[in-house]
Design a protein around this ligand. Structure first.
Ligand code: SAM
Length: 297
């Protein structure tokens, strides 16, 4: 599901950046592409032995492993020999794909909120699993205080994305603890520069007033100078406004977004035009829609 540059980045992180000071967490792996990148990269890394002296399997990968309603069509389109029904398990497929790296990967099948206990520092935290606010909360509360200052990298695969505004507001809530490093595709990359005390990570939903959430969404929007990424971030902010301040405020901001990015509303690639259309529908809907994304998005 990830682009080639994103995969190359993960491979490079594991091959050239990783020192073995902490684990590599790969959260939300679907059929295992990201884990394969980490695993194959790690084989090229001279620090692998050092890491394995501490943890036999330095990569810990999480996947729910349940076929969603849209996955059967994905399997068909990509000629995957697997014809399941929604609700079936695809664990066997993931295990098969990860066989070449199974000696260095601790694969945990199930809901990360149940399987996600980690007792070690985390050096690389790859996140493609934050499709529900409660998963985001779990990850922040359980993993952020395990990041190593000056070393750990957080890779947010759903950053430059028109949905999931809480992924951005939570990450930006910790802006003082991170340096923004850059972007690849929809991914935003952050270096942890300061230890995050565990108590700071707890109950953020109760600490963030609406006004502060909106400010953090604006900070996130300004991370990239790329117009397409900024456009998607602005649409994500529209979703947040719809939820926090209602339809009128969201519609007013959407009008502003359309005037700021006229190209994106007319001649843009389909992906951007669809995102715009969905934001328009969300603004017009009677009820604010949940801020989630499909579990396999
Ligand atoms: C966008 S896909 C990941 C794509 C993957 N990173 C890749 O390299 O192709 C998101 C994945 O997260 C998984 N997921 C969603 N909720 C989860 C949960 N609570 N625990 C574990 N995995 C979950 C889904 O089953 C899905 O396979």
């Amino acid at each position: 599901m990830m682009s080639v540059p994103e995969r190359r980045f993960l491979y490079g992180l594991a091959a050239k950046y990783y020192t073995g000071e902490g684990l590599i967490i790969d959260a939300g792996i679907f059929l295992g592409a990201s884990t394969t990148c980490f695993g194959e990269g790690l084989r090229e890394n001279a620090n692998l032995q050092r890491a394995q002296a501490k943890w036999k399997q330095p990569v810990v990968s999480f996947e729910r492993g349940i076929v969603t309603p849209t996955m059967p069509a994905f399997f068909k389109r990509n000629a995957v020999e697997f014809d399941p029904m929604p609700g079936d398990s695809f664990e066997s497929l993931v295990r098969e794909n990860l066989k070449p790296v199974s000696d260095i990967v601790d694969l945990r099948i199930g809901d990360i909120q149940e399987t996600g206990k980690i007792e070690a520092p985390i050096e690389i935290l790859f996140l493609d699993v934050l499709k529900l606010p409660e998963i985001n909360k779990f990850v922040v509360e359980n993993y952020f205080s395990r990041l190593i200052p000056g070393r750990s990298i957080v890779v947010q695969q759903d950053y430059f994305y028109d949905l999931l505004p809480y992924v951005k507001t939570y990450q930006e809530y910790f802006a003082d603890y991170f340096t923004y490093i850059g972007e690849i595709g929809s991914t935003g990359v952050f270096l942890c520069k300061q230890r995050i005390p565990q108590e700071v990570t707890i109950g953020i939903e109760d600490k963030l007033e609406a006004e502060e959430q909106i400010r953090l969404a604006t900070v996130a929007l300004q991370r990239s100078i790329d117009p397409a990424r900024r456009f998607l971030m602005a649409l994500s902010k529209v979703r947040l406004l719809r939820k926090l301040l209602g339809a009128k405020a969201a519609q007013n901001y959407l009008q502003f977004v359309k005037s700021e990015y006229p190209d994106a509303s007319e001649k843009a690639p389909l992906r951007l035009r669809e995102a715009l259309r969905n934001a328009e529908l969300a603004c017009r809907a009677k009820e604010a829609s949940p801020l989630t994304a499909p579990l396999d998005a």
